[in-house]
Design a protein. Structure first.
Length: 315
């Protein structure tokens, strides 16, 4: 036996799982007429008669029987009428494309994993935009210590934002911001008050940002082309620690321009152009493809994109 809704089909087979039969049954039970049911479903009366015959075989009941010039429902048909109507309506709702999302009605939590350098600049404007547009949404902003693609696959993270290096074929990655590298220092540092040259830049005391303690990077490769090296006096694991350290001493530090604009201003730091051609900092978003068509997820992706692209990569 096969149970659909609360009624039982005694002969489960191809006919028993044909949704077209449910639609036809709904029309027949609503109209008590083969002709009217055929008109409603834009088919012919003979075709509807054949469908009624199939329904009778599947359900083991005549469903509609003749009484004079009309058809009247059997007790079994009356019993099924409401449940069939509900099933058909639910199926139509399920298979109808969703309309535009109204964020004010969204009640949902999202986990967003972000690089440290992105999180500092993204958090305040993103929270303000979410609270204004979708007060029922809760954001869980996570550090970038999770396992990247694995966390996206498992659903522990909805969106990853930052410098994304993994290329998992099951993950969708889209670039949202191209930032450039500048130098930061205290306002009275010589590289702020005087002209910046390659020699003076190389001679300064440098602070590096690396979670793994790496002191060498693209800057060193470019300096080598000029026959120069630099002294990295220390490395710190995150951008915030670097900016605080620069504010309190004579160090300089290379940082992304757009992603430090607000924090630099708040800390009273000054910026200068590094006199070397350096690669861009590419900021991207990643998510699992199962969320691509989800209206709520799409809304948050677009909001994050708009928030990041609004940043101006200027000194």
């Amino acid at each position: 036996m096969l149970v659909i809704g609360h009624f039982i089909l005694d002969n489960p087979g191809v006919d028993a799982v044909d949704m077209n039969l449910l639609v036809a049954l709904d029309a027949l039970l609503e109209t008590n007429s083969v002709t009217q049911a055929a008109e409603r479903l834009h088919t012919s009366a003979p075709a509807m008669s054949r469908t009624l015959a199939r329904l009778r075989r599947v359900l083991g009941d005549p469903l509609l029987v003749r009484a004079g010039r009309t058809l009247v429902p059997t007790p079994r048909a009356l019993e099924l009428r409401y449940e069939v109507s509900v099933l058909v309506e639910q199926s139509r709702t399920l298979l109808t494309p969703r309309g535009a999302l109204d964020p004010t009605t969204l009640k949902r939590g999202f986990a967003v994993q972000a690089d440290d350098m992105v999180l500092d600049e993204l958090t305040a404007p993103l929270l303000a935009a979410v609270r204004a547009q979708a007060p029922g949404v809760t954001l869980h902003l996570l550090s970038d210590s999770s396992e990247g693609a694995a966390a996206l696959r498992d659903g522990r993270v909805d969106i990853e934002v930052g410098v994304i290096e993994h290329t998992d074929p099951e993950t969708t990655v889209q670039r949202v911001l191209r930032d450039r590298v500048i130098g930061v220092a205290a306002p009275d540092h010589p590289l702020i008050t005087d002209r910046v040259t390659v020699a003076r830049f190389a001679a300064a005391a440098h602070l590096g940002i690396s979670r793994r303690g790496r002191a060498r990077g693209p800057i060193d490769d470019r300096l080598a082309l000029h026959g120069r090296t630099r002294r990295v006096v220390a490395t710190v694991p995150n951008l915030t620690a670097a900016l605080l350290a620069v504010r309190s001493g004579d160090l300089i530090c290379p940082v992304p321009a757009a992603l430090t604009a607000t924090t630099r201003t708040a800390l009273g730091l000054s910026a200068f152009e590094i006199p070397l051609p350096l690669p861009e900092v590419a900021i991207a978003m990643a998510w699992h493809p199962r969320n691509t068509a989800d209206n709520g997820h799409r809304w948050l992706r677009e909001l994050i994109r708009a928030t990041l692209t609004a940043l101006q990569p200027s000194i």
